[in-house]
Every structure is written in structure tokens, then in C-alpha cells.
Design a protein around this ligand. Structure first.
Ligand code: SF4
Length: 369
């Protein structure tokens, strides 16, 4: 195992393979008169490609487009406003992941609400909300559950535990997103020409490699399931290029040690028990049918959307172009607020706030001063 970990961080190996990626990419460009375009679907890949310098190093050879895989970034404005509005009642404790604290709502952020004295707490695991609910039986605890398939099983665990413990003072405000519907939506829209997908390892552990078969069968497009270490990402890009140049269409699992063909059955079962498909609103995209999961009817007492009335706040209009960034239509510097009015210290849109946001990754690692 030590040897394997060492190899994953080996600069020599990475450099040698990177050179081969560049050569293959240049072969593609010479043949087709344009650079290959690959989309990394997930925010963790966006950040890892930028942080490791791979995005910068490859920019003249491969166009790496960031996709809609950052859960904070794709959460629509109305949901953000509702989450902030929930905090107004003094009898409530709002529990959230840290990323959500600084996402601008139409009037304020969750951080702003906390500054005003509202009880908004950052938790490191959703199950911390259970502990808080048990410590405060006379108050309502609401966990803000956002995320893709990597997070949804953990949300299901919280609902299961709340149910089993008979807790009546905890609920969840859910805004979950599913990977397949958004990939279909992007490909159906044809807004961005994509030659292949770098698919996220962690989501794939839950879903399984077979889940991506629709990409090859229905869209004729390849994907490689990749880890987040430099060598893993370079290896996956190499395999993606190899497929593209040979004109082959396949899903390659470049992470067979942890990603199975059919995924994690226990996690899938948990999701199915507590959630049911629902139409979801995506920032900058709109409503996509059956692209999210809502809490099942039988667990409605744990669903904050049914338990509490939340005022309808008219979303504030800004010049933020997060919607286009999320869809891969523009790169962050094409937004005229990037790096000027909008920075990580004073973010205007969620893509600049989130640790997985494309604008934040671009600002921190790839911008040219
Ligand atoms: Fe939105 Fe800021 Fe990104 Fe522009 S730079 S798209 S304002 S988050």
C-alpha cells in the first residue's frame, strides 16, 4: 500500500505520463484542427486539476471544461434564500456544511444571519445534527442537506437515525442533485462540444461504473472514472485521449480498486428507502425532471419543507454568470466581475464561495495577473 501511495505522488511518473498526454493531445489537434475538449464533471476534480497545476500545464493542448458537479454552486437562489429564511426563528438551530455559510442569498448569507444572532452552526458530519437535536430537545434542529450521490446516502443515515431514536425536533431541508440527469441535460442541449468526460471516483463508488453506459450507448461519448491524485488524473486523461484518437467509445474504470461495476448496494438501498425522485431546480439551468431526490412521504415529519412555512423571497438579480460557468459555456474570467467585484473574500456568486467552485479554483490557481 505504501508503495502504491508513493507511486501516486511520484513526480517522475506523472511528468513522463503528462508528456505522453501532451503528445496525444497534439496528435488530436493536428488531425481535427482543434484541441480535444474534456469535461470534469465534479467540483473535486475541478479543484484538484487546478491545485496540482495540471489545468495550467495542459491549457495549450487540452481544453478542460468544468461541469456542474459542485453541489453548492448548482443550488438555486430560491433554495438558498429559503435556507437563510429558516434561520430567522429563534427557536431553530440551523446545521450546515461550512461551504454554505458564505453563499450570498438575495438579502444576506447564513453567516450574516449568524452575525445577527441567529443560531446557525457548521457541522463536519450530518450526523452531528442528531447529537445537537438530542442536546436541545426543546428546540427545532434543521440540517441543510445538499449534495450529489456521494452525500445522499449519509443524509439517509441521518433520517434513519432520527427515525429510530424517535426524535421529533429534527428535520432536513433537502436539495439534492443526481448526476445522470444533468449529464443528459448538458448533452441534449448541445451548448458545449464535449469529446469525453472525466468521471468522479467518489460518486462512482456509490453508483457503479455500469451507471455511465448511457453515455456510450445513447450519446456515443466516452468517459473515464478517475481518482483525484495527480497521477490518477493524468492517467485518466491519457486513456480518454487514447480512446478519442482511436475513435473508440467506451467507459473505462480507471479506479477498479474501489469502484465496482454495480456500485455500493447498501448506499443505494439507503437512498431508495428514504428518498424518492423529484424535479429539481438547478442554478442557471432551470428545472430538470427527476434530477433530484426528495424525502419520501412516510418520513414527511422529518422533511423541513413540509414542517415549516418559509416566505417566498423574490431572488435578487445580479450580474453573476455562475449559471454559464456551471454549464461549461464560459470560463470564469469571461465574467466581468471575476477578480474585481467578485473575489473569494467578497464573493458574489456560489462558484466563488465553494471549496469546489470553478471560479474559486480559477482565482486561486490559474488566473494570470
Ligand atoms: Fe459569479 Fe463571481 Fe464567478 Fe462571476 S466570478 S460567475 S460573479 S461567482
Amino acid at each position: 500500500m505504501q508503495e502504491l501511495l508513493k507511486a501516486l505522488h511520484s513526480p517522475k511518473l506523472s511528468q513522463a505520463l503528462l508528456q505522453q498526454v501532451i503528445e496525444l493531445a497534439d496528435t488530436f489537434t493536428a488531425r481535427y484542427g482543434r484541441k480535444p475538449v474534456f469535461m470534469e464533471v465534479c467540483g473535486s476534480h475541478t479543484m484538484a486539476l487546478a491545485r496540482t497545476g495540471l489545468k495550467n500545464r495542459l491549457k495549450h493542448h487540452v481544453t478542460l471544461v468544468s461541469g456542474p458537479g459542485c453541489p453548492v454552486c448548482v443550488t438555486d437562489q430560491q433554495s438558498i434564500d429559503s435556507m437563510i429564511a429558516l434561520a430567522e426563528d429563534e427557536n431553530r438551530i440551523i446545521c450546515t456544511f461550512g461551504d454554505m455559510m458564505r453563499v450570498p442569498g438575495s438579502q444576506k448569507t447564513l453567516m450574516g444571519a449568524r452575525t445577527e444572532g441567529k443560531d446557525v452552526r457548521v457541522v463536519y458530519s450530518p450526523t452531528d445534527a442528531i447529537t445537537i437535536a438530542m442536546q436541545h430537545p426543546d428546540r427545532e434542529v434543521i440540517f441543510l442537506g445538499i449534495g450529489f450521490e456521494t452525500t445522499i446516502p449519509i443524509l439517509a443515515v441521518v433520517l434513519k437515525e432520527a427515525q429510530e431514536r424517535g426524535l421529533s425536533n429534527i428535520s432536513m431541508w433537502v436539495s439534492t442533485k443526481l448526476l445522470e440527469p444533468i449529464l443528459r441535460h448538458l448533452l441534449d442541449s448541445g451548448e458545449v462540444k464535449i469529446d469525453g468526460f472525466l468521471l468522479p471516483g467518489h460518486v462512482s463508488i456509490v453508483l457503479g461504473a455500469a451507471q455511465y453506459q448511457f453515455l456510450t450507448d445513447e450519446y456515443g461519448i466516452s468517459g473515464v472514472i478517475s481518482g483525484f491524485e495527480p497521477l490518477q488524473m493524468v492517467s485518466s486523461l491519457y486513456r480518454l485521449l487514447e480512446l478519442t484518437i482511436k475513435g473508440k467509445v467506451e467507459i473505462i474504470n480507471d479506479l477498479t480498486s474501489i469502484v465496482g461495476e454495480r456500485g455500493n448496494k447498501v448506499a443505494q438501498q439507503l437512498m431508495e428507502t428514504y428518498f424518492t425522485p423529484c424535479d429539481e431546480e438547478w442554478r442557471g439551468i432551470g428545472t430538470i425532471p427527476s434530477s433530484g431526490l426528495a424525502i419520501r412521504e412516510e418520513y414527511r415529519h422529518l422533511d423541513a419543507k413540509h414542517k415549516f412555512d418559509v416566505p417566498n423571497i423574490k431572488p435578487r438579480r445580479t450580474q453573476c454568470r455562475c449559471g454559464e460557468v456551471i454549464r461549461g459555456v464560459i470560463a470564469p474570467p469571461e465574467c466581468r466581475l471575476f477578480g474585481l467585484a467578485c473575489t473569494p473574500v467578497q464573493p458574489i456568486g456560489p462558484c466563488m464561495v465553494s471549496a469546489e467552485g470553478t471560479c474559486a479554483a480559477y482565482y486561486a490557481y490559474t488566473r494570470e495577473d
